[in-house]
Design a protein around this ligand. Structure first.
Ligand code: COA
Length: 260
């Protein structure tokens, strides 16, 4: 896959997507959003890919936001299109049927935090700074942040982050539940690989079921979520991988899942 603003390595079960605009701290311009959307569409269609890891190029930023130079020059109609394109990308990632891990290697601000929030798991380096500073530019989050952050940490904390625009450090983000783990910057890639390696070996139908049940279940009433859980559980029980997983446990050996 060939991109101007990304590098994508999908040669093994762990695909690696790197937002690569270090001169702008990996800020998301229109072109980068389009490329990310294309990359995730291709990774969704590739059965050999089991997990996606997303990070920013360099060691300073994951993504420092939407590209402010483009925001400044757009008309209201263009702004609506930009917000919709960003939201569509974030929803594609949130709805992805394979786990997407954000390796938050530095600043994750504005659209950068919104991108990380769309991922299923977030590991941060100890020098990361996370926030939604749009209010300081006279605007508000436009790529789903007002909804995903509030759902993740509750309205009071989300409102504080959005209304003050002040970023939090990695330790605070961990306490708030914005990130799953914080590790030292030089260990981030290893820890992410360790996590991704484990997920790449998991039974894909079980992974898909868990992702869908949590993602869609939380948006509706409990009864609907429970019905979805039952349906997905039954599908898992129709797979060879279920027989392999339960059999391996009873035979006291490690399972080898095939995706069938
Ligand atoms: N959009 C466009 N360009 C950006 C950017 C963004 N979101 N974030 C950083 N850049 C650019 C800077 O303008 C600068 O470009 P220059 O070298 O041509 O001047 C370059 O990236 C490096 O950033 P700089 O501000 O010099 O780095 P810093 O270490 O002093 O500060 C930040 C880092 C992240 C604190 C600061 O860049 C920042 O506040 N960025 C904007 C964050 C934001 O508001 N995001 C939400 C946007 S909706």
């Amino acid at each position: 896959m060939d991109f101007d603003n990304l590098t994508v390595d999908a040669t093994g079960p762990i695909a690696r997507v790197v937002v690569d605009r270090p001169q702008r701290l990996n800020a998301l311009n229109h072109a980068t959003i389009d490329e990310l959307d294309r990359a995730f569409r291709a990774l969704a269609a590739d059965p050999a890919v089991r997990v996606v890891v997303l990070r920013g190029a360099g060691d300073k930023a994951f993504v420092a936001g939407a590209d402010i130079t483009e925001i400044r020059d757009q008309s209201p109609v263009e702004a609506r299109g930009f917000s919709r394109a960003g939201q569509a990308l974030m929803s594609r990632i949130a709805d992805f049927e394979k786990p997407v891990i954000a390796a938050v290697n530095g600043y994750a601000l504005g659209g950068g935090l919104e991108l990380a929030l769309a991922c299923h798991l977030r590991l941060a380096s100890d020098n990361a700074k996370l926030g939604l500073p749009e209010i300081k530019l006279g605007i508000m989050p436009g790529f789903g942040g007002s909804q995903r952050l509030a759902r993740l940490v509750g309205p009071a904390r989300a409102l504080e982050l959005m209304l003050t625009g002040e970023p939090v450090d990695a330790a605070t983000a961990l306490t708030l539940g914005i990130v799953n783990h914080v590790v030292s910057a030089d260990q981030l890639d290893d820890r992410v690989d360790e996590l991704a390696g484990g997920l790449a070996k998991a039974a894909p139908e079980a992974v898909r079921g868990i992702l869908q049940a949590v993602r869609q279940g939380l948006d509706g009433p409990l009864e609907a979520g429970l019905a979805l859980e039952t349906a997905r559980f039954a599908v898992c029980c129709s797979t060879d991988d279920m027989k392999e997983g339960t059999g391996a446990f009873l035979e006291k050996r490690a399972p080898e899942f095939t995706g069938r």
